[in-house]
Each structure stands twice: as structure tokens, then as C-alpha cells.
Write a new protein. Structure first.
Length: 241
């Protein structure tokens, strides 16, 4: 088999979870494959929700940049980019972006959109101290600072200063897991007297296709080829059988 039933491929809940609409879509696209310009099958990774901007593959995983998996604004063409394309935003730019309405982008009509496109997570200071000191004994945390971001604003490295030392956390998924599996690393951090507040957007690593975004594009009348072309740059669909 080319796929598994877990999140590494796509969770499959069995026959009881199948729906007529998705079964019909599978049949209509049966035998079609997605290729890059090098006659290679596209590594068609995807995530739940981009939060309005996808990410470069090399900013999430090790490996060379893939020209098909370039991070870009996940919105209709008439939406102005919140920062220069191909560059990482600063905290002010990202906070302003996270304050925008999902209706300007491709959120889809799912009732869960409001839970994943924009979100806020507050972690009590004592709880965050426990999370951090389980990995590095630096005492009570007094500063959290994102050091580097990807082109979508997702954190790549994070500095944590405690009363007894400091540490650095690298990697999008490592950062999310450290703080109790945050929905994504597209966030800005606010400090309050009692908690650390993560103001974020999106759900998942942000590389490739956004599932919520694909649904939103389909609801706007885009077909499968147009949706794939938006998320996998320069790729083409060919029918093999």
C-alpha cells in the first residue's frame, strides 16, 4: 500500500465514516496523479488549516527546498499580502495578520473553522514552568521569545529564559509539543501576570494543501485541478489509468 490509516497519511475511520460526496470525488479523480516538472510524483503533504498562509517545506522538516512546496498567501488573488512574499514577518506584522477575519481567505464553511483558523491558548505560569522544566531545568520562566520564523510566521526556534538559566527550542513540531500540543506554531506570545497567552492561527505544519482551504476553494467554485495548482506550485495532473 502507498498509504496508511494514521495521520502520517490520512486518518481513515472505516466504512461508517465514508460520505457520498467524498466517495464521488474519489471516483471522478480515479487514476489521476500529480506530477512536478521533473516527471516526479509530487510529495503531496497537507495539513488541516493554513491559518491564511502556507509554509516552505525546509522550514518544517530537514531536506532541500522543494519548488512545489513553497509557502504563500492562502487567499484569493485580490487579497493583499500582509508582508512581502518569501519573507518572514515580525511580531507586529503577524499579530495584525492574526487579527484579520477568516472570511478574507479560504476557511471553508465547517463549524470548526472558528476553532482552527484563529485561536488563543492561555497557559498558567506555574503550568508552563512545569512544561519547560520537564525538558530543561531553568527555573521559573521569565521570558519567551521567538527567534526565527518561517514565511508563514510559524516559529522555527524559540528562546526561553528562566530564573536559573536559559534554553533554546528548535523545530515547529517540537515547539508545539512543548506547550501541550498547540494547534500550530503560527503564534505571537503575550505575557500576563498569571499566564502566558499564545495568540495563533492555523492547525498543523502549514506545508502543502490546507484541508479547510481546499474546502473553501471548492465552495467558491474551484475544481480539483485549480485547488491542487494553488497548493502545489507548478504541479500538473495526469490521468494514468
Amino acid at each position: 500500500y502507498l498509504t496508511c490509516a494514521w495521520t502520517e497519511c490520512q486518518v481513515y475511520g472505516g466504512l461508517s465514516k465514508e460520505q457520498a460526496a467524498t466517495n464521488a470525488a474519489v471516483q471522478r479523480t480515479r487514476g489521476q496523479m500529480l506530477f512536478s516538472g521533473e516527471e516526479r510524483i509530487v510529495d503531496s503533504v497537507y495539513h488541516a488549516c493554513s491559518g491564511g498562509h502556507t509554509e516552505h517545506n525546509e522550514n518544517v522538516w530537514t531536506g532541500a527546498p522543494n519548488p512545489v512546496l513553497r509557502g504563500h498567501l492562502d487567499a484569493p488573488d485580490d487579497v493583499k499580502a500582509p508582508w512581502p512574499a518569501g519573507t518572514a514577518p515580525n511580531d507586529e506584522q503577524l499579530f495584525a495578520f492574526l487579527s484579520t477575519s477568516p472570511k478574507r481567505y479560504y476557511p471553508g464553511s465547517s463549524p470548526k473553522t472558528s476553532q482552527v483558523f484563529r485561536w488563543t491558548e492561555s497557559i498558567p505560569r506555574a503550568k508552563l514552568d512545569e512544561m519547560v522544566n520537564a525538558k530543561a531545568r531553568i527555573g521559573s520562566v521569565i521570558e519567551l521569545k521567538v527567534l526565527t520564523r518561517g514565511v508563514s510566521g510559524r516559529a522555527k526556534s524559540l528562546s526561553i529564559v528562566g530564573q536559573g538559566g536559559k534554553t533554546q527550542v528548535d523545530g515547529e513540531l517540537t515547539i508545539r509539543r512543548l506547550f501541550g500540543n498547540l494547534r500550530s506554531s503560527m503564534f505571537v506570545i503575550e505575557e500576563t501576570p498569571t499566564a502566558w497567552r499564545f495568540v495563533g492561527g492555523g492547525y498543523g505544519h502549514g506545508v502543502g494543501m490546507s484541508q479547510y482551504g481546499a474546502m473553501g476553494m471548492a465552495e467558491m467554485g474551484k475544481n480539483a485541478v485549480q485547488i491542487l495548482g494553488h497548493y502545489y506550485l507548478g504541479a500538473r495532473v495526469e490521468k494514468l489509468y
